[in-house]
Design a protein around this ligand. Structure first.
Ligand code: OOB
Length: 559
């Protein structure tokens, strides 16, 4: 495949913004037509010696980071990956992830931001959908052999040929990521920088990164974020959140998520000359230690993770004096939890409501505390258009709850290669968030519920439909429905309701074993089971999930 056709192929799956709308975003300064890869050297030239990345004992200045990103780009080019190519990136947080990401942006290769929690099932499905030609994994992580998994996935995905491995134990035939991006003793960067300019340079309307959607139907959906829209996403977020050269941002949530990646996250910090510290897991002891040691000023968490940090900070003697902002979002955050976090952490706690599909809302520093406690913020752009509608699509009266629809300069107009889902999730360019919101008198949004069929497991979104299909495939199962079960730590957990096939029994360990064997990510695997004689049905003969939730709430705990 030549670079030209590869890029055309990618664009075929992307729904562009209409030209007249794009013109508005350009003339308003939202879109700058600057590919993100070009910015890497702009940052490095502006502040070559400032520390860009910290990962344990490893520290890179902006100049070192840019040179390594170029080496990653050259490595990709040497393997035939260029503009329009796709790489699955399933690395844990660490400097290698940042270098590979920036290298992809330099080379015009689109990374698909997977999670280290993903397994064969997710990697193969997304690899096929996106036409991925390479996959980047750790050798092992948390006891799992990711390298062996990547080799299996390579056999399942027709175009996938390169396995890129981070770690000490890189097998023959795979790319050793660390040595590929190491700085040579006699470094000849000028040559490398020039060699990158060979071939077709990325355009700002190309796909910069692919993000995974929280997903409501079958296969996970993939969101193509262009250089133009994602650059604005990160730049405007950094402005709204007051990031600057003094910002030390700690990436503790998996960087594949939009929140730690660009809201403002890693990219927003690098854009303004700040420092990004990374930890591979949000375990409280590690996070509190790094905050103290590196004088971290901003860190982002989902509510379930934040409550663990708060509990650890309350009992311990961690020095959190450097913290200015703890951002929290991804799922509902109770006002009581807000109060406790403010009291214990002694810094600003900023609610963030966002989505991989685009729209980002932040509580502002100027919002009074009683607003900051109970709202999820307001959009970053004056070009974000919001509608709050009833089930017929009519706008609800002020103050009432309805589904949030959105369109704007960083909310793409469709999922990647998903015409059927697009017919449901997008209407005239409006993305249907599936979230029920109200507008607070302050103007901020309050998330009050959702219409979409997902389980929000501590911020990790699980499509009920996806898990239902997997469980339905089991012999012993006649009917299945997946619903959220309330959970004190995570907010929600995956609960599966099953009507067994005649005479069969179904147990939770059976289901868990089967789904694990099918290579499904652990966080999607049901943790609770409700066995029923028949499924409750609505008057139109669909599974009545409201009734199921009632049954689960009254029976679980005793099951
Ligand atoms: C973030 O992104 P996703 O794509 O993992 O999930 C988006 C969904 C939203 O549609 C909403 O249902 C839920 O997650 N959500 C919240 C929330 N923030 C997100 N629900 C209640 N309160 C909040 N504050 O989760 C995400 C992306 C960027 C920044 C922050 C979060």
């Amino acid at each position: 495949m030549t670079e030209q056709t590869a890029s055309t192929v990618l664009r075929d799956g992307v729904t562009p913004w209409p030209d007249d709308v794009a013109d508005v975003y350009r003339s308003a300064g939202c879109w700058r037509d600057r590919p993100l890869g070009d910015l890497v050297w702009e940052w490095a030239e502006a502040r070559p010696d400032q520390i860009a990345v910290i990962d344990g004992p490893t520290r890179f200045t902006y100049a070192e980071l840019a040179r390594r990103a170029d080496r990653a780009a050259v490595m990709l080019r040497d393997r035939g990956l260029g503009r329009g190519s796709v790489v699955l990136v399933a690395l844990p947080n660490g400097w290698e992830l940042v270098v590979l990401l920036l290298g992809c942006l330099r080379a015009g290769v689109a990374p698909v931001m997977m999670l280290p929690a993903h397994r064969d099932h997710e990697l193969a499905a997304i690899g096929r959908l996106t036409g991925a030609e390479a996959i980047a994994v750790p050798d092992t992580f948390r006891g799992h052999d990711h390298q062996a998994m990547a080799e299996r996935v390579r056999e399942l995905v027709p175009l996938l040929r390169e396995v890129i491995v981070r770690g000490d134990d890189v097998r023959e035939g795979s790319v050793d990521l660390r040595s590929a991006v190491a700085e040579p003793a006699d470094d000849d960067q000028v040559h490398e920088r020039r060699s990158l300019l060979d071939g077709t340079p990325p355009s700002a309307s190309d796909v910069a990164v692919f993000l995974l959607s929280g997903g409501t139907t079958g296969l996970s959906k993939v969101i193509a974020r262009t250089h133009n829209d994602y650059e604005y996403n990160a730049r405007r977020s950094a402005e709204v959140c007051g990031f600057g050269p003094g910002t030390v941002y700690l990436a503790a949530l998996p960087a594949g998520h939009n929140f730690p990646l660009a809201s403002p996250g890693i990219l927003g910090t690098l854009m303004v000359g700040g420092t990004v510290a990374l930890v591979p897991s949000p375990a409280p002891a590690r996070v509190l230690g790094v905050i103290a040691r590196e004088r971290v000023t901003v860190v982002a968490a989902v509510p379930a993770v934040l409550s663990r940090w708060v509990a650890a900070a309350e009992g311990g003697d961690a020095d959190l004096a450097s913290l200015e902002i703890v951002q929290v979002g991804g799922s509902l955050f109770a006002p009581e939890a807000y109060r406790r976090a403010v009291d214990v952490l002694g810094c600003r706690v900023q609610q963030v409501y966002g989505m991989a599909e685009g729209l980002l809302c932040y509580v502002r520093e100027t919002d009074p505390d009683d607003v900051a406690a109970v709202t999820q913020g307001r959009p970053i752009s004056e070009h974000d258009e919001l509608r709050i509608v009833d089930p017929d699509g009519a706008e609800v009266p002020p103050g009432e709850a309805g589904e949030l629809l959105v369109r704007g300069p960083y909310t793409p107009r469709g999922y990647f290669r998903a015409p059927e889902q697009n017919a449901e999730a997008f209407a005239d360019g409006w993305y249907r968030t599936g979230d029920l919101v109200t507008r607070h008198p302050s103007g901020n949004l309050v998330v009050v519920g959702r219409t979409k069929d997902v389980v929000n497991r501590g911020g990790e979104k699980v499509s009920a439909d996806e898990v239902e299909r997997l469980v339905q495939a089991l012999d012993a199962v006649a009917e299945v429905a997946v619903i959220p079960a309330p959970d004190p730590d995570l907010g929600e957990r995956v609960c599966v309701c099953v009507v067994p096939a005649g005479g069969r029994t179904v147990t939770l360990p059976d289901i868990r074993r089967e789904l694990t064997a099918a290579g499904v990510a652990e966080y999607k695997i049901p943790e609770q089971l409700l066995v029923l004689d028949e499924m409750p049905q609505t008057s139109v003969g669909k599974t009545d999930k409201t009734a199921l939730s009632r049954i689960v709430r009254s029976r679980l705990g005793r099951v």
